[in-house]
Design a protein around this ligand. Structure first.
Ligand SMILES: C[S@@+](CC[C@H](N)C(=O)[O-])C[C@H]1O[C@@H](n2cnc3c(N)ncnc32)[C@H](O)[C@@H]1O
Length: 216
């Protein structure tokens, strides 16, 4: 089945990201494979909602719950979701991954695109702690973005991007997969897959184990 690109000329009055337009379909192709066919998916850091509309329109067995912490993004997302009129796309909720109490306490899966490198390390820790709390045994967390592997960038362009991010904010930067998976494991999340996607980005897949109470 073909789906329109997330914005493809629609909603010219709303903020939109060209990167989100380009990466939506490659990410969706993997989500179809790793997400459950039915259930509730919590999207973290949804931005202006381009992915939320694209993914919800393609994954109609899923109740898609977008979220973000930025009021401007939330407002744009609300308008975009209203216009899309998708029965399985919920209005966005305000969710800061660093908060110890999320407004969504249970989800069958969690999707997070392009947050880890553009937020402090405490946001990565918050995401993984929150996923450990929200997901049932067997539940999936996917995290998309640029990553380093054993300290190395996968491309010169990623190294330049990393330097640029750190110049903008010293607490930002491209994370190393080993550091992310170590914290994930503290919260009962086993690293299952690393999928290479276009433009030197990767999708990391984690599965919540049945370990009793995760660490907080
Ligand atoms: C680079 S944008 C990515 C947006 C969207 N996922 C995409 O790929 O187009 C990063 C998003 O993370 C959100 N964000 C930053 N810090 C956050 C936090 N602590 N909790 C939740 N969202 C956060 C920002 O408001 C922004 O919308």
């Amino acid at each position: 089945m073909r789906h329109p690109s997330p914005d493809s000329g629609k909603d010219p009055d709303l903020p939109s990201s060209p990167a989100a337009e380009r990466n939506a379909q490659p990410i969706l192709d993997e989500l179809r494979r790793v997400l459950p066919a039915r259930g509730r998916v919590l999207e973290i850091a949804s931005g202006a909602g381009q992915h939320a509309v694209h993914f919800a329109s393609a994954l109609d067995g899923i109740e898609w719950q977008p979220s973000d912490t930025d009021p401007v993004a939330l407002r744009a997302m609300r308008i975009r979701a209203d216009r899309a009129g998708l029965p399985n796309l919920q209005p966005p909720v305000e969710l800061d991954v660093e908060s110890r109490k999320w407004p969504v306490e249970q989800a069958d899966a969690i999707v997070c695109v392009n947050l880890l490198h553009i937020s402090p390390w405490s946001a990565t820790e918050g995401l993984l702690a929150g996923a450990g709390r929200c997901l049932p045994a067997g539940g999936i967390l996917t995290v998309y973005g640029p990553f380093r592997f054993a300290g190395e960038h996968v491309a010169q362009s990623n190294a330049r991007f990393d330097a640029d991010l750190r110049a903008r904010n010293p607490s930002w930067g491209i994370r190393d997969v080993a550091d992310v998976t170590a914290i994930a494991s503290d919260h009962g999340l086993a690293h299952e897959e690393t999928i290479a996607l276009p433009a030197n980005n990767h999708l990391l897949v984690f599965r919540r184990g049945d370990l009793g109470d995760p660490g907080q």
